[in-house]
Design a protein around this ligand. Structure first.
Ligand SMILES: [Zn+2]
Length: 388
């Protein structure tokens, strides 16, 4: 009996020790793995004039170069440095084998709707909208190009929504740090490329799911959109975007380590491209209506009901990537009676929203829960009755 107790105690200590050593994001950023999406036989998304794999490689190499040159002591590793096919599981294995402190995956988006455009940065988690699931599906589908894909991914089928249930069991121990970096990347990238802000999002990416460190996946823009593509394929713009991501990295490193590495001079995408960006405005309204439809149908539960945590309100509109919301995923905004309101999460139950409210307590002590039915705000008491 005595021995058994000792054994249990030892087990508890070991478990605690393990959880602590694996789950805590380190306070030093000494190694970073940069992952250029796709490559070789996998072109990724295809635009009218170029391919995703070339854009991601150009930005990844430039980003790595900038980090090496400007952040002394940081080791930079790449999952690929040339146009080769690298399986998804190999990409995360490289990061884990190197015991990296950060994993940055670079991609471009594409959509059937040629008007869809903009920059978004993902952290690992369960998708809240069908459009987020679609992005994860597209990126995970790279595994289908592997010869023996079943032996590496088991029964996971990237195209089946049911497969994504496994991610609901996953707890992201690095969510805070990942979202912190993601917010910074969004802010710096948008300043540079002037694209539509699609925010910091969550979805089940195989490559992020497997890495044991804070990680993000950047969708620079839509290669399927003419104006985004022009920027994505432009060499100067690629370099400018790499500078922006590098600055986000420096800001993150400074915040975590308390260092004061100066930021690089940021560049905006080149003038000829900027002109084209202005033309996009004509299409803006059209895409907006597509987007808002997507939002209401996908972010609410089957009964059209959803609970959100309101964290901030202001008569002045600010971006969902504003510094205020650093480290928080799924920030949304809406306007009510000429006041802009900022919310986090979109949950099927009051209890789930409460759990989110708890995590935000320190930053937003006055946050409270609001409810929507079929996209319209309703009293919380009514919503709770409906959800029971
Ligand atoms: Zn991709």
């Amino acid at each position: 009996m005595q021995n058994r107790k000792k054994l249990i105690l030892l087990f508890v200590i070991l478990t605690f020790f393990n959880v602590q050593s694996f789950a805590q994001a380190k306070d030093k950023i000494a190694k970073v793995v940069i992952d250029a999406g796709h490559g070789g036989t996998d072109p990724g998304a295809i635009g009218a004039k170029g391919q995703e794999k070339d854009v991601t490689l150009a930005v990844a190499l430039q980003l790595g170069k900038l980090i090496s040159e400007n952040c002394k002591g940081v080791e930079v590793y790449y999952t690929r440095k040339t146009d080769v096919f690298i399986p998804l599981y190999t990409r995360s294995k490289i990061a884990n084998d190197k015991h990296a402190d950060l994993f940055i995956s670079i991609h471009c988006n594409a959509a059937e709707n040629k008007l869809a455009r903009g920059t978004e940065t993902f952290v690992m988690g369960l998708h809240k909208t069908t459009s987020n699931l679609d992005v994860a599906r597209k990126e995970n589908a790279a595994m289908l190009l592997e010869k023996d894909y079943k032996s590496n991914y088991g029964d996971f089928n990237p195209n089946s929504p049911e497969s994504y249930v496994i991610f609901s069991l996953y707890t992201n121990a690095y969510l805070h740090n990942s979202a912190l970096l993601a917010s910074k990347v969004q802010r710096h990238l948008l300043k540079c490329n002037g694209f539509t802000d699609r925010g910091v999002q969550q979805a089940g990416f195989w490559v992020l799911h497997k890495v044991a460190m804070p990680s993000i996946l950047i969708e620079l823009g839509f290669i399927s959109n003419k104006e985004d593509e022009a920027v994505l394929l432009n060499k100067d713009s690629q370099n400018a975007m790499a500078v922006s991501i590098c600055n986000a990295f420096i800001e993150y490193k400074n915040q975590i380590e308390g260092t004061q590495i100066p930021l690089l001079a940021e560049k905006k995408v080149s003038k000829t491209v900027e002109k084209k960006v202005d033309i996009r405005e004509e299409n803006r309204e059209e895409e907006k209506s597509v987007n808002s439809e997507e939002q209401t149908t996908s972010s609410s539960s089957a009964n059209g009901l959803c609970f959100k945590v309101q964290v901030y309100a202001s008569p002045k509109e600010i971006a969902v990537t504003d510094k205020k919301f650093d480290g928080i995923a799924n920030v949304e905004k809406y306007c009510e009676n000429e006041v802009w309101k900022y919310t986090v999460g979109s949950e099927p139950t009051f209890e789930k929203a409460q759990a989110i409210q708890k995590t935000l307590k320190e930053k937003f002590p006055d946050a409270f829960i609001i409810a929507f039915k079929d996209g319209a705000k309703i009293p919380i008491s009514e919503a709770r009755k409906l959800s029971n």
